[in-house]
Write a protein that binds this ligand. Sequence first.
Ligand code: S3P
Length: 439
Amino acid sequence: MADYIILKNKFPSFDRKIFVAGDKSLSIRWVLFASIGNGVSEAKNLLMSEDVKATIRAVKKLGIKIYLDKGNCKVYGKGIDGYKYRKNITLNASNSGTLGRLILGLLSNTPYPIKIIGDKSLSKRDFKRVTDPLEKFGVKFKLKNYKYLPLSIKGSSNLKPIKYFEKKGSAQCKSALIFAGMRSRGTTYIKAKKSRNHTELLCKYLKLPIKVNSKGKYDLIKIKKVNKIDSLKYNIPSDISSGAFFMVLTALSNNSNLIIKNVNINPSRTGIITILKKMGVKIILQNVRNYKGEKSADIKIQSANKIIPINCPTSLNTSAIDEFLLIFLVAARANGVSYFKNLEELNQKESPRLLWGAKILNQIGIKTIVTKKSIKIYGNPDLIVKKKITIKNFLKDHRVFMTCVIAALSFGGKWKIYDKNSINTSFPNFLNIINSLKN
Ligand code: S3P
């Protein structure tokens, strides 16, 4: 089947309630925690995407039994030291930075070298940011050109605790260090620029000896050796990063209303809501509730009559990091110039997303000024696109594909967007939900 989609029409109005896919960060973390837990862990609504399947395959290769039936998953953990390390293991992280980086912390005690490989996109991404601090624990690495996959990791049974300052705001690096700290003798101290904190919240829920103190823009994390982790039953909530596509589609459509049910609204992930509200979009959180240390809610959103341009506070960058391509589309509709800065991390994602954001906007006739870390967007509230647009060669970045679909449905034009299968990375039923909203 052709791996592209053709779109020719703007989207009709809708008034609906939907569920989107399970949260990717939580799904991957749940599998990893369950794999070092004691006994059987069970999850419902686990995200059935390629990134999560790659995580399951990796953990199985380490000798952990897993049964999967749609979103229901059972992991038979054998405890914190339960991985069966063998010679010549290769783990394929596929497209997933989260898997590729987090698992390095868990593998920090492997006595044999383990090879980590990834797809073309992951093989262009920086792994030195995580291997450098892990080396301080006593873990040994060999990386392609000192920075990239494939890499080989050899751990130690006597890891020394470290003190480290994580400055990028990378939850993937921070989480890898927490896992390595859990395997080390003594106490590890990490000062980390605030980023999504699912790992820390799971540690807290599991009553592990990991303490977090918030200090302004940073978290001070104290990690002690972990001897035992309980098994964990978890009902994975929906992913705000998947919901975001539909939030933006609603905001940019005429006379539409949407409720997205049971979405994880951890404050370290809700930058999209804060930013859209500042831009004049009406969003209400309903049924806010706590679930195992995390927060969920139903997100209600309405079409926006007028979009206000934004000088986006950099304090919102990490909590909206996966949603900027979409936020740029909203800025394209604004009545004036929007400015987003200190966003160099965006070019470290599955594709250089700051550049792709500008490319997509230029294709729809929006002027941008883009640097290595900022973008100015000259919005046009009357924007209607009529031309033919082809989008390809974006390293199969799932979020580039889905953002282009939302752009086509919101602004019009005749689009041919390649690499449709990229949605399997994070949101396999994305196009099904789009179709269901039309009917
Ligand atoms: C993630 C952290 C973020 C995010 C990614 C998922 C995670 O990456 O962009 O999609 O689950 O920890 P960085 O840690 O590179 O910022």
